[in-house]
Design a binder for this molecule. Structure first.
Ligand code: SIN
Length: 550
């Protein structure tokens, strides 16, 4: 039995629990996996907060799928691959778009609040989609409606034990496979060993590595960090997607103004009041995110400003209020009238494209460990995710994981049994809360300044050195959530910066000032990290050339 290497051996017997399947995380990917797996297995779903405290819950836009007569999986595939800037895994995309419509229809059976008009689904337009294809619920409240419906479905089944306020510190491995998790009860301070035949990571992204993000405070890259420590490969870590229209403010998280508003005809304006996306891309404001963000940066720099404007004042006010009640009301609370005011917006960290490398069944490179949703790198997003493909990815690949679990569990001989494992204990006094907060703030500031939208070698090197210095200034983590989160953030930030430094080109969401061109000959490939090549500056594994090979 391999214990997490940063946990000290200690006196005493561990408390243990036994399940068939452990799911970590409660967004669309985690809930879908838990509901599905519970049909055959005894399942635990572990959340470090409460079920609704996820990025999915905040999702406004909706779920992309070929659901209308004017659409087709082939068209959805073309759009996804075009947006992905040469790095999509075509097999994974084909699965996403072909299985997506059925998964969304199944979801609609348990979530009746998808918006309809005269019985027909209302489908929205978003950036880089060639037809309206975004199904949404409650106007701009898709995420909360979907999470509520899935959570209710899960609670109706008796085979899922929900463990809230329980932080998964690390994965347990035995004989080269994942056999469970170590978790810390955030209320009692007790550690528990949770054994299972397989673990499904659905912990979401890592937006908290940046100062300004649409991600909730819980998005600290825990799943990616623990998978890496356990020996799984992570991939594409340099690809962090910035969303064009975060509300310009210093709030945390930043309030997102959904792309669907531009889908209804809202404009992006520069400080001279001009629509600067006209002529830049045939779809103007609805061009792919990377194209829009790049142009926004140019105009912000030109004007010496940190924001531009989103303008919906020419649109019908009643439509805006009915279609975007959440955006309308939230802006009202911040002193803006969507019907009358130009809204200050800026690109803001929104989505981690990279993550735990998986195959098309959600299997990581560590047997027994699966990953789904934002924590994973299935290859469907390439270097630039197509809007509203992320909820779909969670639905489709969690469903595939559920199907593969039957096979995997049946293939196991003996169930994992605890050997002589000792309870992890805090080392010494741990780290002072004020130091943890200061280090987290410094990390976020460095990542925003040096590893943000536009990157260059000197800045990336400065960031790597600062991340190393911050890590070195800390004692090993004790028993607080803040410590574990900070260690995870530092680990993930280091991987983002190192991968960004290695990729000598600009592609999709990765923009290098010193390598402005896309270089397919050298870089149409993935950067993978695993424990074998984790040393800073060490060689990264590279996938084979071609978007389809990972
Ligand atoms: C949005 O509503 O603009 C976000 C959709 C997404 O990021 O997929």
């Amino acid at each position: 039995m391999t214990r997490p290497d940063f946990l000290a051996a200690a006196e005493g017997e561990p408390a243990s629990r036994f399940y068939d399947i452990i799911v970590v995380g409660s967004g669309i990917a985690g809930l879908t996996a838990a509901v599905g797996a519970a049909r055959h297995f005894k399942v635990a779903l572990i959340s470090k907060s409460v079920l609704r405290d996820t990025t999915t819950f905040l999702a406004q836009g909706g779920i992309a799928a070929a659901l209308s007569e004017q659409d087709s999986p082939e068209l959805h595939m073309e759009d996804t691959i075009r947006a992905g800037a040469g790095l999509c895994d075509e097999e994974a995309v084909r699965i996403l778009v072909n299985e997506g419509p059925e998964r969304v229809r199944e979801l609609m059976e348990i979530c009746p609040k998808f918006d309809r008009s005269g019985g027909d689904l209302v489908l929205a337009s978003e950036g880089a989609h060639s037809v309206p294809r975004i199904a949404h619920a409650g106007g701009d409240a898709t995420g909360s409606e979907v999470v509520s419906a899935l959570a209710q479905a899960m609670r109706q089944g008796s085979r899922v034990q929900v463990l809230e306020h329980e932080f998964v510190v690390d994965l347990l491995t035995d004989g080269g496979r994942c056999v469970g998790t170590v978790s810390l009860n955030l209320r009692s301070g007790e550690f528990t060993l949770n054994f299972a035949s397989a673990v499904v990571l659905a912990t979401g992204g890592c937006g908290q590595v940046y100062s300004l993000t649409t991600n909730p405070a819980v998005a600290t890259g825990d799943g990616m960090a623990m998978a890496f420590r356990a020996g799984a490969t992570v991939s594409d870590m340099e690809f962090v997607q910035f969303h064009p229209t975060g509300l310009y403010s210093d709030e945390s998280p930043i309030f997102l103004i959904t792309e669907a508003l531009r889908g209804e005809g809202a404009y992006l304006l520069n400080h001279a009041g001009e629509r600067f996306m006209l002529g830049v891309h045939p779809q103007a404001e609805l061009g792919p995110r990377d194209v829009v963000v790049k142009e926004m940066v140019r105009h912000m720099q030109g004007a010496g400003q940190e924001f531009l404007y989103l303008d919906a004042t020419h649109l019908d006010c009643q439509m805006l209020r009915e279609r975007f009640p959440n955006v309308y009301d939230t802006l009202r609370e911040r002193g803006y009238d969507l019907c009358k005011d130009r809204i200050p917006v800026a690109p803001v960290c929104h989505y981690m494209i990279g993550g735990v490398k998986t195959d098309v069944w959600g299997r990581s490179t560590l047997p027994g460990l699966y990953a789904s949703g934002e924590v994973s790198s299935t290859g469907v997003h390439g270097a630039n995710r197509l809007a509203s493909n992320s909820l779909l990815e969670g639905l489709v690949f969690s469903d595939r994981i559920v199907r593969d679990l039957d096979r995997y569990v049946a293939s196991l001989g003996e169930r994992a049994r605890p050997s002589q494992v000792q309870l992890p204990q805090p080392r010494g006094d741990g780290n002072r809360p004020s130091q943890l907060a200061e280090n987290r703030r410094r990390l976020q500031k460095t990542m925003t300044a040096e590893v943000g939208i536009v990157r260059r070698d000197a800045g990336l090197l400065r960031a790597i050195r600062e991340i190393n210095a911050l890590s070195a200034s800390l004692e090993p983590p004790g028993a607080s959530l803040e410590e574990y989160e900070l260690f995870n953030l530092l680990g993930i930030a280091g991987q983002i910066a190192r991968a960004a430094r290695l990729r000598h080109e600009s592609r999709g969401s990765h923009l290098r000032e010193d390598f402005p061109a896309r270089d397919d000959a050298a870089w149409r490939r993935h950067i993978n990290f695993s424990v074998r090549n984790k040393e800073d500056g060490g060689p990264a594994e590279r996938g084979e050339p071609g978007g389809g090979n990972r």
